[in-house]
Write a protein of this length. Structure first.
Length: 225
DNA sequence: ACCACGATGAACT
DNA sequence: GTTCATCGTGGTC
């Protein structure tokens, strides 16, 4: 049994690792950088191989690429025109998930940031798989490990994240989706500030010049160099 | 009611 | 490098 699974058995100690509300109630760009090297975890009910029983499926991976999106002053943001049925959640409680449907095929995962009433979100763009890799392969139907979670639509598929995850509380163990500080207790390695690369965001037209994309240098799971 | 367009991924040449 | 499947969202009429 590995260290993460071991820790997960001790619920009280494990909750201490989960990033808190106050972590998310800050400037979006700062949070984006600090989410690098953190561990995203989903806990789902999955059928076993012969569909005879349901078991718990845990997927965990290190966040290696993110983008920051602001509100009214960011033309690339869904919240640039204020509150709409879709963007409403970006103005709400920091630390909840904003999951939206993209290009008719994919769900993309964001963490809502800034204080209640101010729009902001960090898009999780790429992950390095750590635990539950067999379950990820079952969901993704690809061959190579490098292509399993190296894109925002790929990682949500691998982790079982879809529209019902919109609005879930990322700071709660009970929500089935949360982000932990893997460097705490030496569970996983720390990240040096000089290993963070800052560039422009991908796939947008308006606001394309702003340097709001961050990724871990030399990590092979980053979607685009 | 209509319609253009994506914070993408996969399959091509 | 290119093309295209796919559909919810939001702006416009």
């Amino acid at each position: 049994m590995n260290k993460l699974q071991n820790l997960f058995l001790d619920k009280e100690k494990f909750k201490d690792l989960i990033l808190s509300r106050s972590f998310y109630e800050r400037d979006t760009s700062i949070i984006a950088q600090e989410l690098l090297n953190k561990i995203l975890i989903t806990v789902t009910q999955v059928k076993n191989a012969d569909f005879t029983e349901v078991e718990v499926g845990i997927c965990a991976g290190k966040i290696v690429e993110v983008e920051a999106y602001y509100g009214l002053n960011d033309p690339a943001s869904h919240a640039c025109n204020g509150i709409t049925p879709r963007s409403k959640i970006m103005f709400e409680t920091p630390g909840i998930a904003y999951v939206y449907f993209c290009y008719g095929n994919h769900y993309l995962l964001n963490a809502v940031t800034e204080k209640f009433g101010t729009a902001g979100a960090v898009l999780i763009r790429s992950i390095e798989p750590l635990e539950g890799i067999n379950l990820m392969f079952a969901r993704r139907k690809v061959i190579s490990l490098e292509n399993l979670t190296n894109g925002p639509g790929k990682l949500t598929k691998a982790f079982g994240i879809e529209k019902s995850y919109n609005g879930r509380d990322l700071t709660s163990l009970e929500s089935g989706i949360f982000i932990i500080d893997g460097a705490k207790y030496g569970l996983y390695s720390k990240l040096n500030k000089e290993d963070i690369i800052r560039t422009t965001r991908i796939g947008i037209k308006n606001g394309a010049e702003r340097l709001l994309r961050f990724y871990i240098k030399n990590n092979k799971f980053v979607s685009k160099k």
